[in-house]
Design a protein around this ligand. Structure first.
Ligand code: PAF
Length: 287
């Protein structure tokens, strides 16, 4: 894999493939790569001629300085994984390359999509930071397709929103969550789960499973479904920040689950804040 650090080098490296009309796929990451990221790279490898992975820990999307300071970083390991996964280019810019002196522009998606769930708990700066950096990465790489994980379901919706609103010429591909054998959704922050916290982290997947089971058993009332999820989490001594049953497109709370629903959860497990979600389809009513 070829490592480039500047936008100028990136554009130079992509000039030939672009002239040859080879399709370009971008997998934006903040490093600390795990199998969830590698599933994005694999999908890009399958569907695009040229695969670019970006590695940039974006300070603007962290609402907590401690979380930014503790964010795991190991560029050499990430570069080896990206090479093994068959990417062509690794774009790893310095902070000053992305945010030059005097930087003064923010891309901000307003409304329910960013005010609820993660937006409500982390504050507006988080999704503003994501929208701004992803817009920049899309402009730097100008990919045909960009790949994101369903684990950050709200982020994926926010990205789809501004891509459509700003007419950015890119297709957004959202790839399913990758889980450990015991159900824990892969996350770069899982490296912070030590001792009993690793077991307690199963609270999120268990809560989602319990909620899903209630729907499969015929329950339609969103409050009852969410309560079943919260109860299951309590067995792990974990209290969610939220466990919400929402419309999968608009994220507005559902009163009853009739068609598809997104169940999203966030919780602190020890010092680590985790999120997870599942898309569910209510079975047709019998008779
Ligand atoms: O999902 C992430 O890792 C980040 O939010 C992203 C999309 C790379 C933007 O910094």
């Amino acid at each position: 894999v070829r490592l480039v650090r500047t936008v100028a080098d990136l554009r130079a490296a992509l000039r030939a493939p672009r002239l040859q009309e080879r399709t370009i796929g971008l997998v934006p990451t903040m490093g600390a790569l795990h199998d969830g990221h590698l599933a994005l790279v694999a999908r890009a490898r399958e569907t695009c001629h040229e695969v670019v992975v970006s590695l940039f820990v974006n300070p603007r999307q962290f609402d907590d300085a401690g979380d930014l300071a503790a964010y795991p970083r190991d560029e050499r390991r990430d570069a080896a994984l990206v090479a093994e996964a068959g990417a062509d280019l690794l774009f790893a810019p310095a902070v000053g390359e992305v945010y030059p002196e005097g930087f003064a522009t923010t891309v901000s998606v307003r409304g329910p999509l960013t005010e609820t769930l993660e937006g409500a708990h982390r504050g507006r700066a988080h999704f503003d930071g994501v929208a701004t950096v992803v817009t920049k990465l899309l402009n730097m790489v100008q990919p045909d397709v960009a790949f994101f994980g369903q684990k950050d379901a709200q982020q994926a919706l926010v990205i789809r929103r501004f891509v459509r609103d700003l007419d950015l010429p890119v297709r957004i591909d959202v790839v399913p969550i990758v889980r450990e054998a015991d159900g824990l959704a892969l996350s770069s922050r899982n490296v912070h789960l030590h001792g009993a916290d690793r077991e307690r982290a199963l609270a999120l997947a268990s809560g989602l499973r319990a909620a899903q089971a209630r729907i499969a058993a015929g329950e339609r009332d969103a409050q009852a479904i969410a309560a079943a999820g919260r109860d299951a989490m309590r067995a792990f001594d974990v209290e969610p920040e939220y466990l919400a049953v929402v419309d999968p497109e608009t994220l507005t709370p559902l009163r009853a689950v009739e068609g598809t629903a997104l169940i999203a959860v966030a919780a602190r497990v020890g010092p680590t804040r985790l999120i997870d979600n599942v898309l569910v389809q209510a079975p047709e009513k019998a008779g």
